[in-house]
Ligand binder design. Sequence first.
Ligand SMILES: [Fe+2]
Length: 296
Amino acid sequence: MQTVAERVEHQPTAKGYVPVYTTRVIEQPWDTYTATDHETWATLFKRQRELLVGRAANEFVENQERFGMSADVIPKFSDLNRVLAETTGWELIAVEGLLPELTFFEHLANRRFPVTWWIRKPEQLDYLSEPDLFHDLFGHVPLLLNPVFADYMQAYGAGGVKAAAIAPEALANLTRLYWYTVEFGLINTPEGLRIYGAGIVSSKGESIYSLEADAPNRIGFDLERVMRTRYRIDTYQKTYFVIDSYEQLIEATRPDFTPLYARLADAASHPAGNVLDSDTVYQRGTGEGWLSDGDV
Ligand SMILES: [Fe+2]
């Protein structure tokens, strides 16, 4: 383990101007956070918590409280890890940024969740193209205390290791599952639709848009449908998939995906905004403001 943290720098590469990948696991350099860093955390924390009342799944805020997360100060991973050790057995590891896919899957498969240690700058409160501490910690970590969701995350990691050995197309199918659940998932509750996806709960605009805007589709979760659906990385989603429970996720991921990947290899993918006859439709989006291309 490396003790000196080096922030990832954006550098021009063959893929454009992107953060340079590193596999290094470090000690969270907690003492190096500045007063501005803690203020940024506080601002984002307060703003999102206010916004998420009646919008986020109940366990999301409940679990933040069980962790002792607050606006006062950036949490220490070591404190959060004590709570995880006593509950679902997950462990947070500090990383400098996005990991290579296979490394990321291997961590998840071993119940280790990589968390970017650094936090965005004050001028980046509303948008950041890559995950930072706020996205990872505020958005992803709370549900690691939910035993069913915690198992789903591990199963996803194991599935990723497997898919990586099958074909790039298999990995693309699986990535869509992560995108539409872990990052941008909605859940149906007796009180109405609620957010559980980390990409939504860590975004001010999308927390409102995903639930309240007329533009996007809201469609019942179906594994194969999700795996065939392209998505947006540059705008809010055109479609959100709604689960009934976290059990539904773990059930859907229990079977071996190998035959499914083989079938999907011959099937066309669906554009992000399409609604199919077979869909369970909670809301058919108006499509207002959508860009016509750019689905990935
Ligand atoms: Fe994320």
